[in-house]
Design a protein around this ligand. Structure first.
Ligand SMILES: *[C@@H]1O[C@H](CO)[C@@H](O)[C@H](O)[C@H]1NC(C)=O
Ligand SMILES: *[C@@H]1O[C@H](CO)[C@@H](O)[C@H](O)[C@H]1NC(C)=O
Ligand SMILES: *[C@@H]1O[C@H](CO)[C@@H](O)[C@H](O)[C@H]1NC(C)=O
Ligand SMILES: *[C@@H]1O[C@H](CO)[C@@H](O)[C@H](O)[C@H]1NC(C)=O
Ligand SMILES: *[C@@H]1O[C@H](CO)[C@@H](O)[C@H](O)[C@H]1NC(C)=O
Ligand SMILES: *[C@@H]1O[C@H](CO)[C@@H](O)[C@H](O)[C@H]1NC(C)=O
Ligand SMILES: *[C@@H]1O[C@H](CO)[C@@H](O)[C@H](O)[C@H]1NC(C)=O
Ligand SMILES: *[C@@H]1O[C@H](CO)[C@@H](O)[C@H](O)[C@H]1NC(C)=O
Ligand SMILES: *[C@@H]1O[C@H](CO)[C@@H](O)[C@H](O)[C@H]1NC(C)=O
Ligand SMILES: *[C@@H]1O[C@H](CO)[C@@H](O)[C@H](O)[C@H]1NC(C)=O
Length: 509
């Protein structure tokens, strides 16, 4: 049968339109929780192309919601009048912190799960985090050696008393998982920066000769351990991977608590200060890595600001340290005033949230909750609240876990924004993935936060980007729709209807 040319042309156009729209959409799946995941595989994954901003006077508006919207995009026009009684005024002259970035961690477990997919599905997963059509993560956290999200306990030199570090060597985990994935991520986003963090020194350098438990670095090994960290930097540099920052150690408080089985090494403020000012600081600054930032604390926020205040009593330690990293666990017990207090006391030290995941508490019976909007919402509210109190970046824990929330040698299973089902060669993008992406994709590094109020139902945060675009992120906590008018004195009013439990990113020139 020969169709008339016009008809064939029409059919061709129709199929093209279908392909284009189909390639953007989330394929939802309901696992019985209060929301849905988006399913990706080797041939398909929903994407959100880079925003192309409309002319002045219009704005781009993305929405994701509990009811299943995922980056639904519209263009709106500024108006001269507000249509809602609820008004938020944007104030560009009230400026706060500069943003450092958003991301997740290249743990061994993340690598094991990602590499358990076919190459094509791996590519889709890496694009989803780092690609131009993905979340555009610009931070990756790297455990130095093993962590609780490894399948075994190890460091880079497990030969007892190897005081020349002659046996130092990267592990299979580095060569098979971390390094190739970091290289791939860097290809996808050249702005990606890495934050390295050791969980523990080699056991033989420690008072308890173990990977975990109550143990400290022996004084006679303060310099040797520093050299060990520099060897790590050298080894990764050989693969073209440089570290933007080096942490003084993941969760040192774990090394003071008997019941915790996570790899860890204890530091008190005075021992840590001693090591930073006499070993780590001078050695790093005299090394090829002199520009690498030193981050400290890297632990729970109940240690703010007192731990930092004690640490910075030594002016040398304070001078060597660039930033204060904190984790999100138990944070609703603390309150953001500790961030303000830390910032007020040490305004030139940036604050950054370096580890978060849902499902981490003993009360979380289900470690992985596929599709949980509640968990997505907890990320959104935390990010907005923390960014509203001087935090410059927000980094999730494992980039990907399996359906159990592992692997983890210490069975410390938790949730992640991407859950891999390797048997079906597919992966699930959780609501937390979209929660983080509403920030990471649109707020480039060095954006500056500007003033925008919140109400009890509607939380908000706003930024000016380095190219002088305005980015607003809003969340309606209320289960029912709310109207809002945002006044930008330079542009007019943005009048929006916010569906129940929905997150919005609004961007304009
Ligand atoms: C991947 O997912 C898409 C969309 O759901 C589906 O059409 C396709 O068959 C899947 N591919 C494979 C290899 O399963
Ligand atoms: C990004 O998405 C657009 C539109 O769907 C597509 O044309 C482009 O090829 C994608 N880019 C990459 C790197 O996947
Ligand atoms: C927007 O969101 C709805 C879910 O509310 C979804 O069904 C729809 O396909 C989405 N996409 C577009 C382009 O509207
Ligand atoms: C914006 O903030 C500046 C600095 O605090 C203040 O002087 C000004 O009154 C504010 N403008 C509005 C419209 O509130
Ligand atoms: C920092 O290290 C680089 C080499 O990586 C070197 O060129 C530079 O001179 C060093 N700067 C200082 C201040 O030591
Ligand atoms: C702080 O460190 C810088 C180099 O990192 C050095 O030039 C400066 O003298 C130090 N200042 C103090 C007070 O120690
Ligand atoms: C981060 O935000 C959460 C959620 O509002 C809050 O409970 C927590 O105290 C904040 N973190 C810090 C360190 O202030
Ligand atoms: C890797 O995938 C296989 C199925 O293809 C599964 O049996 C195995 O548990 C997966 N490994 C991990 C660490 O999840
Ligand atoms: C940035 O945008 C604001 C608001 O439109 C405008 O007032 C300001 O002049 C712009 N600044 C630069 C450096 O372009
Ligand atoms: C949600 O919004 C409705 C109507 O807009 C309001 O009556 C209700 O009090 C709000 N709920 C909460 C928990 O704030």
């Amino acid at each position: 049968m020969r169709l008339p040319a016009a008809m064939r042309y029409f059919l061709l156009l129709a199929s093209l339109v279908l392909i284009v729209s189909a390639s953007d959409e989330c394929i939802p799946r309901d696992f019985g929780n209060d929301g849905t995941v988006c399913v990706c595989n080797s041939t398909y994954c929903d994407v959100t192309p880079e925003p192309s901003l409309p002319k002045e006077g219009s704005y781009l508006h993305y929405v994701s919601s509990k009811r299943g919207q995922r980056f639904n995009q519209t263009t709106g026009e500024f108006s001269n009048e507000p249509t809602s009684e609820l008004n938020f005024n944007l104030n560009r002259s009230l400026t706060y912190q500069s943003i450092t970035g958003f991301g997740g961690a290249f743990s061994d477990s993340a690598g094991i799960n990602i590499k358990n997919l076919s190459q094509a599905a791996q590519n889709n997963l890496m694009e989803a985090y780092f690609g131009v059509n993905g979340s555009r993560y610009n931070f990756g956290r790297i455990p130095i050696g093993g962590s609780d999200f490894s399948t075994r306990k190890y460091t880079y030199d497990d030969s007892p008393d190897d005081i020349s570090l002659a046996q130092f060597a990267l592990a299979d985990e580095d060569l098979q998982y971390k390094i190739p994935l970091m290289q791939k991520a860097l290809e996808l986003n050249p702005d990606l920066k890495f934050l390295a963090a050791p969980w523990t020194a080699p056991p033989w350098m420690k008072t308890n000769n173990d990977y975990n438990g109550i143990g400290f670095l022996k004084k006679e090994y303060y310099q040797l351990y520093t050299d060990y960290l520099i060897k790590f930097m050298d080894a990764y540099k050989d693969y073209g991977l440089e570290m933007w920052s080096l942490s003084t150690g993941n969760e040192p408080f774990n090394g003071l608590i008997p019941i915790i089985s996570i790899n860890s090494m204890g530091w008190t403020p005075s021992s840590l200060s001693n090591w930073i000012s006499n070993n780590l600081g001078p050695t790093l600054r005299a090394s090829p890595y002199n520009a690498t930032k030193i981050l400290t604390l890297d632990d729970q926020q109940f240690e703010l600001p007192w731990f930092i205040a004690k640490l910075f009593k030594d002016p040398k330690t304070k001078n060597y340290t660039d930033g204060v990293a904190f984790h999100w666990y138990w944070d609703n017990l603390i309150g953001s005033s500790v961030l303000d207090a830390t910032h007020d006391e040490f305004p030139d030290k940036f604050l950054i949230m370096t580890e978060a995941c849902a499902g981490a508490y003993p009360t979380d019976v289900e470690k992985v909750m596929l599709g949980s909007w509640t968990r997505g919402e907890s990320y959104i509210l935390d990010i907005i609240e923390n960014l509203s109190h001087w935090t410059t970046g927000w980094i999730e824990w494992n980039l990907a876990l399996n359906e159990k929330g592992g692997p983890s040698w210490t069975t410390n299973f938790v949730d992640s924004s991407i859950i891999v089902n390797a048997e079906n060669d597919e992966f699930y993008k959780q609501p937390t993935y979209y929660a983080l992406a509403h920030f990471s994709k649109f707020i480039p590094r060095n954006s500056v936060r500007i003033d925008l109020p919140s109400s009890s139902d509607i939380k908000s945060v706003a930024f000016i980007t380095p190219t002088n675009d305005t980015v607003i992120v809003l969340y309606n906590k209320n289960g029912t729709a709310q109207d809002l008018s945002i006044k930008d004195p330079n542009r007019g009013y943005i009048n929006v209807k916010l569906p129940g439990s929905s997150i919005h990113t609004i961007i304009y020139k």
